[in-house]
Design a protein around this ligand. Structure first.
Ligand code: KIV
Ligand code: ZN
Length: 532
């Protein structure tokens, strides 16, 4: 049997369904290029029927990103498939991914269809997809809770209609590894012709078993694994790309398979996904967490210094972690900045580079040493963020043990500078109350957190906020050596994201970047889509 496991990355589709992780076209394009550099075999770039914004993003990636197969998702529905094909057909290697649920619970309560109707739908719509695209993948949603005999019939129908990849999802993260192994094994035995197709597995992490189940699937014969970078995804997430890839790389001989991933790109890809989505990587996260290679206990440190293999089963260098920690200072010039950018995996156009250089000089004046993490935070703030409607121009805060905290804020709203003054129970509250006056927002602040990006008293403070309005949830993120400035910028970043989503759905006036929507459109992925 083929010993290569294809890595199907769905960060831009299922990952985007993680609450607050919605991405715009430019952010998706940047990530898609990075995933191509990482060497994934297939990128699932979106669900074109979900919203005009998703359609545009998928179409742009299909036209621009070369290397991996570019895949779009569609329900087993005529119009969805047509729309998906319109979006992906510009790709050199397009794939149409058609799905329908097969478990009784989904048939009865969600689809309100009988089994025969589902089989007919599979035969008809997979054949329709195949008439448009040579590469068709079929997914039996909720496969792990489907009657195995019916699952085999559904898969047989898809194969007969022309699907060449069959995906078996554990949609609700319910399976145990031995059950998932048995499910794939039995399906292979019971379904004639399945061994001529590629079997794929797609596992969610509701019980923390997504990676274990994916590997069980591989052991049973699956040769495609669907994953998301940092394991982001619907509810409790998807199997994490970096964990699946490093498990296979580290235990290659035992598993008898390999992937084609450029492992040295794993860490920078993880950072980029975290930056773009605003979802932080937990410090104890396997492979890419801050502590994944940190040794605290004296006995461990001693062992690692004598021989890294005593406590390290893989090395940080393998996944591209931190050759250089100290980087630039205020005397560094353009060449130094360019060098470092290259090292951490960013290629910026001239205009973006000049903007970043200007911001770097301002930061280097405030901080003696600019570290790689500082630079990534700057890139997030200056380059990767969605178009700003509101920009912070001035902030002055008065606070202390005997003063009512007050703030004066000036915001550029694209037309003019608007100034307000306000107070609050603390300095952040005063800043946020004043920003509310200027922007007129009704968004609710669900969460506020501060972390330090680098070490030392002059470290960049990184603030993350979670905001909610009209059913949309977004994350806002910003960094600055001054935590009150970072707080103000993070809040504005969240408000800009909300504004972008509302424009995209036609809920807000204006002619911003997302203005191609209408009020009939479902919200963009990650903020309410629930079909998959
Ligand atoms: O979890 C799931 O079942 C899915 C399918 C659309 C593949 O995301
Ligand atoms: Zn899924």
């Amino acid at each position: 049997m083929d010993d290569q496991v294809r890595i199907f990355d769905t960060t831009l589709r299922d990952g985007e369904q993680s609450p607050g992780a919605s991405m715009n076209r430019e952010e998706k394009l940047r990530l898609a290029h990075k995933l191509a550099d990482l060497g994934v075999d297939i990128i699932e770039v979106g669900f074109p029927a979900a919203s005009p914004g998703d359609f545009e993003a998928v179409r742009a990636i299909a036209r621009e990103v070369t290397g991996p197969v570019i895949c779009g998702l569609a329900r087993a529905d005529h119009q969805d498939i047509v729309r998906c094909w319109e979006a992906i057909q510009g790709a050199p290697k397009p794939r149409l991914h058609v799905f329908i649920a097969t478990s009784d619970i989904h048939l009865e309560h969600k689809l309100k269809l009988g089994r025969t109707e589902v089989l007919d739908r599979i035969a008809r719509e997979v054949a329709h997809a195949r008439s448009l695209c040579d590469d068709v993948q079929f997914s039996a949603e909720d496969a792990s809770r489907t009657d195995p005999r019916f699952l085999s019939q559904a898969v047989a129908a898809a194969l007969e209609a022309g699907a060449s990849t069959i995906n078996i999802p554990d949609t609700v993260g319910y399976a145990l590894p031995h059950e998932f192994f048995d499910l794939i094994t039995r399906l292979r035995q019971d379904t004639p012709g399945l061994d001529r197709a590629v079997i794929s597995v797609h596992c969610h992490d509701d019980l923390g078993l997504a990676v274990a189940n994916s590997l069980a699937g591989v052991r049973a014969g699956a040769r495609q694994v669907e994953v998301c970078v940092n394991g982001i995804g619907e509810r409790a997430d998807n199997a994490a790309l970096e964990e699946v890839v490093m498990a296979i790389a580290t235990r290659r001989r035992d598993l008898g398979v390999d992937t084609k991933i450029n492992k040295g790109e794993i860490y920078s890809t993880s950072r980029l996904v975290s930056t773009v989505t605003g979802i932080a990587v937990q410090p104890n996260k396997a492979v890419v967490g801050m502590n994944a290679f940190a040794h605290e206990a004296g006995i461990h440190v001693d062992g690692v210094l004598k021989q890294p293999l005593t406590y390290e089963i893989m090395t940080p260098a393998e996944i591209g972690i931190g050759q250089s920690s100290l980087v630039l200072g205020k005397h560094s010039g353009r060449a130094g900045l360019k060098n470092l950018l290259q090292e951490i995996g960013y290629q910026l156009g001239d205009e973006d580079f000049e903007r970043l250089f200007g911001a770097f000089k301002v930061l280097a004046d405030k901080k003696k040493e600019v570290f790689r993490d500082d630079l990534e935070a700057l890139i997030a703030d200056e380059i990767l963020r969605i178009p700003h409607r509101w920009r912070l121009k001035y902030l002055n805060i008065v606070s202390g043990t005997v003063t009512v905290p007050t703030a004066t804020v000036i915001i550029d709203d694209g037309y003019e500078d608007r100034q307000e003054f306000g107070s609050g129970v603390g300095p952040v509250d005063a800043v946020y109350n004043t920003i509310k006056k200027i922007t007129g927002t009704n968004a609710q602040l669900l969460r506020f957190s501060i972390a330090s990006v680098t070490g030392g008293l002059d470290a960049m403070g990184e603030v993350t906020v979670r905001l909610e309005e009209n059913g949309y949830t977004v994350l806002g993120k910003a960094s600055d050596p001054d935590i009150l400035v970072a707080s103000a910028k993070a809040y504005l970043n969240g408000l800009n994201r909300l504004d972008f989503l509302k424009r995209q759905a036609g809920l807000a006036p204006g002619n911003g970047a997302g203005g191609q929507g209408n009020s009939q459109s479902p919200p963009t992925a990650g903020v309410g889509r629930n079909d998959s």
